[in-house]
Design a protein around this ligand. Structure first.
Ligand SMILES: Cc1ncc(COP(=O)(O)O)c(C=O)c1O
Length: 364
């Protein structure tokens, strides 16, 4: 699909002028679960809200455009987006996935493996991933940058190898958002997001999205969506649309703050290592003394000690006991997710306040 307008324009105008009946500029929140038929055998295009809802459709139109794809399906959470995306792959499918991935996705992969639904081969690096893809591979699953070690994978390179072997590519684009990365033009077959994070941006919506440019995949996804009902509600669809309008300026603001904080942390005597790619708002860092982590987290004042990421408020997460707690310690340690690692989701506060907060917390 050709991109008609620049990203900032598409975002700012999310959902507007979608209601011809009234001319309402902002997309209305359509709460009705059902729609009256004009006459027998005729439909307005909307029959029942699990299948299609006008507020959700307005949102999905924007979500597809910003990922330069033809189709988007808004779901009730990032995890329901992951599960929906995998519904297109047959029982017994073989998956190759990056080892460093969101703990909830790992937990679900484990569960699926234990039930024999599919098998997963994990790769620590891009090279290992490419070497692991063969003719028996059905799906390659990439979260880039990885979570929380912030390693970038080359989507175009992985997609080329996967397609040559007949596999499909799924990318979780939650961390970079379409502001910094569009996986579909790079070769991904399906993109998912936890829209709870940057897309909505205010820590007040739980949502997900599945995006594809492939009509056949879209039809299969819609069959499963309509059958199992992991829908985003009209109110949350509206809130997500509202959050999207400022996505670009929020991403630019968090990047500016994060670039400065990465340098600050890198120069700090209590910090051993900083993991930051140079764009986006996610920074992981390892402290020299892991025994000081409880005092550090307890003393934060501006930054909140909380799970999640991608909002305007800065959050600090301890992956070992929070987001990645379901990954056994020996597995985590084997790929570098150590107990001295903290993850910072940088918000849009004044960077001097964030620095001062980190300074006082790191000196505890
Ligand atoms: C990269 C990534 N993917 C998926 C998810 C799952 O999303 P949700 O919490 O919206 O279900 C998360 C949640 O933290 C995440 O960080």
């Amino acid at each position: 699909m050709t991109k008609a307008y620049q990203l900032a324009t598409i975002l700012a105008q999310a959902g507007i002028k979608s209601d011809d009946a009234t001319g309402s500029l902002v997309a209305p929140i359509h709460l009705s679960t059902t729609y009256q038929h004009p006459e027998f055998g005729k439909s307005t295009g909307f029959d029942y809200t699990r299948t299609k809802n006008p507020t959700r459709s307005a949102l999905e139109e924007t979500l597809a455009k910003i990922e330069q794809a033809a189709y988007a399906i808004a779901t009730s959470s990032g995890m329901s987006a992951v599960v929906l995306a995998f519904s297109v792959f047959a029982y017994g499918s073989k998956v190759v996935a990056a080892r460093d991935l969101y703990g909830g996705s790992f937990r679900w992969f484990n569960n699926q493996e234990s039930e024999g639904r599919f098998s997963v081969t994990y790769a620590n690096t891009e090279e290992e991933m490419i070497a692991a893809i063969d003719e028996s591979t059905d799906v390659v699953y990439v979260e880039t940058p990885t979570n929380p070690l912030m390693v970038e994978f080359d989507i175009a390179k992985v997609a080329k190898v996967a397609h040559d072997k007949g596999a499909k590519v799924l990318v979780d684009n939650t961390f970079y958002s379409p502001v910094y990365q569009n996986p579909i033009p790079l070769g991904a077959d399906i993109v998912i997001h936890s829209a709870t994070k940057y897309l909505s941006g205010h820590n007040d919506v739980l949502a997900g999205v599945v995006i594809t440019d492939n009509t056949e995949l879209f039809e299969t996804l819609m069959y499963h969506y309509n059958t199992t009902g992991p829908n985003l509600s009209p109110l949350d669809s509206y809130l997500l649309m509202r959050g999207l309008k400022t996505l670009k300026i929020r991403m630019e603001a968090v990047t500016k703050n994060a670039q400065e904080l990465a340098v600050f942390l890198d120069n700090h005597v209590a910090v051993k290592e900083v993991l930051y790619t140079g764009k986006g708002g996610m920074i992981s860092f390892k402290v020299k003394d892991k025994g000081k982590i409880p005092a550090l987290l307890n003393s934060l004042k501006v930054i909140s000690f909380a799970e999640s990421l991608g909002g305007v408020e800065s959050l600090m997460t301890y992956p070992a006991t929070q987001t990645h707690a379901d990954i056994p310690a020996e597995v985590r340690f084997s790929y570098g997710l150590s107990d001295n690692l903290l993850r910072l989701s940088v918000g849009i506060e004044d960077v001097e306040d964030l620095k001062a907060d980190l300074e006082q917390a790191l000196s505890k």
